[in-house]
Design a protein around this ligand. Structure first.
Ligand code: APR
Length: 249
């Protein structure tokens, strides 16, 4: 795939100093991980309330634990794809580049992204729901695959992801909002842009007058506001887009 940037976008990319990329589950689709919404999405197979809420964990900790153990296992078996790797390259192209992800799979970090903000936490860690003690998720699953392990304080370990109805890590959201509000180019990749407050970052970048670019085979609620839209899989479109961005610097 070859990407030719429209003149105005090329100008904005050439002059940009501060750039933000914002990613969702679609960026890991070509690594074999399901998205949440759309055909074959995880939330097509079950209701999020049944699995990704504190109430669901209280009601049936074993079921929720086993589901996240399955997701941890599939994630561990997956590899970063060309989209993850291309986003790493952007760190060298712009003086300030920040990658904000909704993904908990750890593939951006495994691809080598350094300036990474994980808005929804990570499935690679678990923490006690009483004292907060943190530990490696893989070890916790190995110790107790069927039930969430009990902490020495009497609490239970749960995956360190943000569940529906929970607040995002304050410091991470604050930094992501600052970056979105002060960037000149904002790239949105593989997200349905429907879950808040994360999707609000696109709004902030738009209000700040940033040049908006979207990579998603399907339209999103923000598609109409984009300066450039690539309706293609991230694994193809992001490397080609990064090539085009490098060319015009
Ligand atoms: N490349 C790029 N985008 C893709 C690809 C692909 N290969 N395949 C699918 N997509 C797009 C879909 O069209 C969809 O718009 O990825 C998007 C995935 O959307 P969601 O499943 O809603 O995932 P996301 O936006 O990350 O969800 C946000 O919701 O369930 C919660 O906490 C969870 O972080 C998640 C949040």
């Amino acid at each position: 795939m070859d990407v030719v940037l429209p003149e105005e976008v090329r100008e904005r990319v050439r002059e940009a100093r501060r750039v933000v990329a914002f990613s969702g589950a679609g960026v890991s689709k070509e690594s074999g991980l399901d998205t949440f919404r759309g055909a074959g999405g995880l939330w097509e197979q079950m209701r999020p309330e049944e699995m990704a809420t504190p109430q669901a964990f209280r009601a049936d900790p074993a079921k929720v634990w086993q589901w996240y153990a399955w997701r941890w296992k599939t994630g561990s078996g997956a590899q970063p794809n060309p989209a993850h790797r291309a986003l790493v390259r952007l760190e060298a192209v712009f003086p300030s580049f920040t990658l904000v992800t909704q993904n908990v799979d750890g593939l951006h970090a495994r691809a080598g992204s350094r300036n990474l903000l994980e808005l929804h936490g990570t499935i690679l860690r678990a923490h006690c729901n009483r004292c907060g003690r943190s530990r490696d998720m893989g070890e916790a699953i190995a110790e107790s695959p069927e039930e969430p392990p009990v902490c020495s304080c009497g609490g239970r370990f749960r995956p360190s992801v943000v569940w529906f109805g929970e607040t995002l890590p304050e410091e991470v959201l604050f930094r992501a909002s600052q970056e979105a509000s002060s960037c000149e180019v904002f790239l949105s990749v593989g997200t349905s842009s429907t879950v808040y407050p994360a999707a609000g970052l696109i709004e902030l970048a738009h209000q700040a007058g940033a040049c908006l670019i979207e990579v998603n085979p399907e339209p999103t609620p923000f598609s109409g506001r984009m300066d450039l839209r690539l309706a293609a899989p991230a694994g193809e479109a992001v490397p080609a887009l990064v090539d085009a961005m490098e060319r015009c610097r």
